[in-house]
Design a protein around this ligand. Structure first.
Ligand SMILES: [Zn+2]
Length: 226
């Protein structure tokens, strides 16, 4: 797939994100960067549509998205309402206008929403429709995700960058993300020895070799300094 990822907000100046118990901007970047790495690792093409600094970041993000054909465009956000200890939940948006492929886009948004509700345990605020700029102006099917409320302690206590990125990966691609097995990095350069004993006297070591020889095993003797 060709996936456009918009990490929601600029890093400074116009268009930075909300602040609650965490910084929306920072959390968007954390999860967005991990998601992009997962997608690339599994062979997908990622277009980073994020903008670090701009006086017109919405238009700049959409321009990056529309510069090529994307299978899907995902805008990552955290919600904000008012400081609370209570859980608030996750919600996913599609454009509220009429357009070709709207129902397919809703199905994709629902897959992303369901994966986040199931894996993270956030309250399900459902798939919604809105007239957001990035959803309206992006040519590709576009989805905007509000990854919990940054001013809800309960929501942010559930924050887990790895799990959220994996849930987004599954919602986007339709397949679960599996981390690569941690095999030795240079397994081609590794060799193995079988040892049958260590001895203080050379005599005893040689006696052991003779026993092995009788049993049909060739061996070699190596001397080590203590
Ligand atoms: Zn936002």
């Amino acid at each position: 797939m060709i996936v456009g990822i918009d990490m929601g907000h600029t890093l400074s100046g116009v268009g930075t994100g909300a602040n609650g118990f965490v910084s929306e901007t920072q959390k968007n970047r954390e999860v967005g960067n991990r998601l992009m790495a997962m997608l690339k690792e599994k062979g997908h093409t990622v277009i980073n549509c994020s903008v670090d600094k701009s006086t017109n970041d919405l238009a700049d993000r959409v321009r990056k998205a529309n510069a090529q054909k994307l299978d899907i465009f995902i805008s990552l956000h955290l919600n904000a309402f008012k400081t609370t200890e209570n859980p608030m939940g996750v919600e996913t948006y599609i454009f509220n206008g009429a357009y070709n492929g709207k129902e397919a886009n809703r199905t994709k948004a629902q897959a992303i929403q369901s994966a986040l509700v199931k894996d993270i345990g956030w309250i399900d605020r459902k798939v919604k429709e809105a007239n957001y700029y990035v959803l309206r102006e992006t040519v590709a099917p576009a989805v905007l995700v509000e990854l919990g409320f940054c001013d809800s302690r309960a929501d942010m206590n559930k924050w887990n960058t790895e799990k959220i990125a994996a849930a987004l990966f599954r919602g986007i691609t339709g397949t679960a993300y599996s981390a690569p097995a941690s095999a030795p990095a240079a397994s081609g350069n590794i060799y193995y020895r079988v040892c049958v004993g260590s001895f203080n006297s050379r005599e005893n070591a040689v006696a052991q070799q003779e026993k092995l020889k009788k049993a049909g095993f060739d061996s070699f003797l190596v001397a080590f300094e203590k």
